[in-house]
Design a binder for this molecule. Sequence first.
Ligand code: ATR
Length: 276
Amino acid sequence: MSDRYCVFGNPIGHSKSPAIHAAFAAQCRQDLSYEAILAAPDGFADAVRAFIAAGGRGANVTVPFKEQAWRLATRLSPRAELAGAVNTLVFDHSGMFGDNTDGAGLLRDLTVNLGCRIAGQRVLLLGAGGAARGVLGPLLDSRPGVMVIANRRVARAGDLAQGFAGAASLRACGYPELAGQSFDLVINATSASLVGELPPLPAGLFAPASLAYDLMYGECETLFLAFARNQGAARLADGLGMLVEQAAEAFHLWRGLRPDSAPVIAMLRATAVSAR
Ligand code: ATR
């Protein structure tokens, strides 16, 4: 029987993870199956246990279960510990190992796929929720010159920065305080686009040659990327590359092999275009 993997989420119907992992498995000649499992809002732990009992070897975890997975894991990687969220689980005889590959996925998309330099640059992270928390550690590890977290509820941005105290370049603020500042890289980690909104961003945020990156992706340009385009950001990227890269990192954890993500990103882009 093939080794079984899955992604847990709610909703999960439109997840691209099964297609991504099927492509990785074919590329690396791995005999595995990967399915999407819809867990009830209060049924995540039961769903995980049932999957393990049925022979599951590992799982990805998406909205809204990443914090629950963090609590459920019997061991955590340092990066998952810091992120307060788990997106990858490995099941073995010693229990449930929880990791978080989101930040590494973003960094790989930024630096390898998009050729973006972070060291010494001015970086702005919008949002202070779970998504922002997941990527902040790896961003700081890349040694930006200035790293600002801006959030609607300023106290939440402050709390997030506190968890990374010691990073000299890190500052937290509200949106109005961004007026008059510009950045080389602006990353949208808010969930505002989900409700058709945009954080109240002042004009002039995008430095010449800047990159605007939205962790969200969809068939249409997100509101944030449309704003960035109008504001003169030199380059725009959505979160599809990060999605594939975090999956590649999870695949590596499970199978010890690193798939080539470029053809998989290209396949998903082509599918999205033909679905329009
Ligand atoms: P996630 O796990 O997706 O990060 P979350 O923890 O609920 O979800 O966090 C959502 C983030 O999006 C928060 O930073 C939130 O700002 P607040 O903390 O001030 O609520 C941000 N957000 C959501 N809708 C927003 C909007 N319309 N404008 C600005 N920020 C928004």
